[in-house]
Design a protein around this ligand. Structure first.
Ligand code: NAG
Length: 329
């Protein structure tokens, strides 16, 4: 794919962020907020769900629905090695227990035993309870080690579109909600091959997660409320696409290293992330002593550990709800 997805434009984006950083302006909302979105035809292809995938607005908005027949999903046409991947998503409202909406990078179809994956997963809930957002990372088939975190949100994700983004470089992965960094996964020596390092495609799906999504499977999808419709807009693919045959970066004469030099840039961005995590993180694998008697090596357990139960759930529980906060920043 040529459109907005090759290395030169990515390099431009890096230069732009550097320039803004040097000039002292806050970069947290720029320039990631202003990348050109693609139409469905330009960057994506349907995976499954026949007519449960519908295009609207000149192909710039995709509706994925789940009914008793099937869910639906799409994927990027290209494979990427690093980049910025984003969508504005509006989740199904009302009763949505058991429904899972996922926005993620994966190469599971290419590497059955050693796949990499970077996930945003949205877990539906019973009426009156909020959707939960989960992030996770697998590298080189490390499915025995889940690195899940879950969060409440400071808005109702079923009322409007909100932007969910993944920045993936050689050195780190950053998850964003409405351009606020919510999690940073740094490649550490200890993580070794468990940091995603092979080209991945971008996926968006809706499916029936009745067996596990809501309170460990206690609440199932109720098709009386179907169809469940998740809406995707502002689709951004901004990375280094690779040749699907040899998986080497399509260089087009650019400095391939440019795709690796992204970082969480400003102190403001870090402060906002820390604040979000203090207020809204409801579960972290790092604090889950039931699953991990001793936490995986990359977990630096700080003073916040006292706020978590041995199950990894936050003791602050309900206080993390939307009601407690107007805005994060
Ligand atoms: C990934 O896993 C395979 C099979 O377990 C192993 O041979 C390989 O060395 C691993 N790669 C890295 C980068 O750790």
């Amino acid at each position: 794919m040529a459109a907005a997805s090759s290395c030169p434009s990515f390099l431009f984006f890096l230069l732009l962020s550097t320039a803004l950083f040097v000039s002292g302006e806050a970069t947290s909302l720029l320039p990631l907020a202003n990348l050109a979105a693609l139409t469905f035809e330009e960057g994506y292809t349907q995976l499954f769900g026949d007519s449960n995938l519908m295009l609207h607005g000149d192909g710039r908005t995709v509706h994925l629905s789940l009914d008793e027949r099937t869910g639906a999903g799409f994927a990027s046409q290209d494979l990427y090695l690093h980049g910025f991947f984003s969508a504005s998503i509006k989740l199904p409202s009302d009763y949505a227990a058991g429904v899972v909406v996922a926005f993620y990078l994966s190469n599971g179809d290419l590497f059955e035993k050693t796949h990499d994956e970077v996930d945003f997963e949205f877990l539906g809930n019973i009426r009156g309870r909020e959707w939960r957002v989960q992030t996770n990372v697998y590298g080189n088939g490390s499915t025995a080690v889940g690195r899940e975190e879950r969060y409440g949100l400071w808005f109702d994700p079923t009322e409007d579109f909100h932007q969910y983004s993944i920045l993936w470089s050689h050195q780190r992965i950053i998850f964003y909600v409405d351009n606020i960094a919510i999690r940073e996964v740094v490649r550490t020596e200890a993580m070794g091959g468990e940091f995603p390092s092979k080209p991945m495609s971008l996926y968006a799906t809706i499916w029936d997660g009745s067996t596990w999504a809501t309170l460990g499977g206690r609440y199932k999808v109720n098709y009386k409320y179907a169809p469940y419709v998740a809406k995707f807009a502002d689709l951004v693919l901004h990375g280094c696409s690779v040749n699907p045959m040899d998986h080497r970066t399509v260089s087009q004469g650019s400095d391939a290293g440019a795709c690796d030099s992204i970082r969480l840039s400003t102190a403001d961005e870090r402060t906002a992330m820390a604040k979000f995590r203090r207020k809204h993180m409801t579960y972290s694998y790092c604090h889950d002593r039931v699953r991990y008697r001793s936490p995986p090596d990359e977990c630096g357990i700080g003073p916040e550990a006292k706020n978590f139960l041995p199950s990894g759930e936050s003791k602050l529980g309900k206080r993390h709800g939307r009601s407690s906060l107007g805005a994060v920043l």
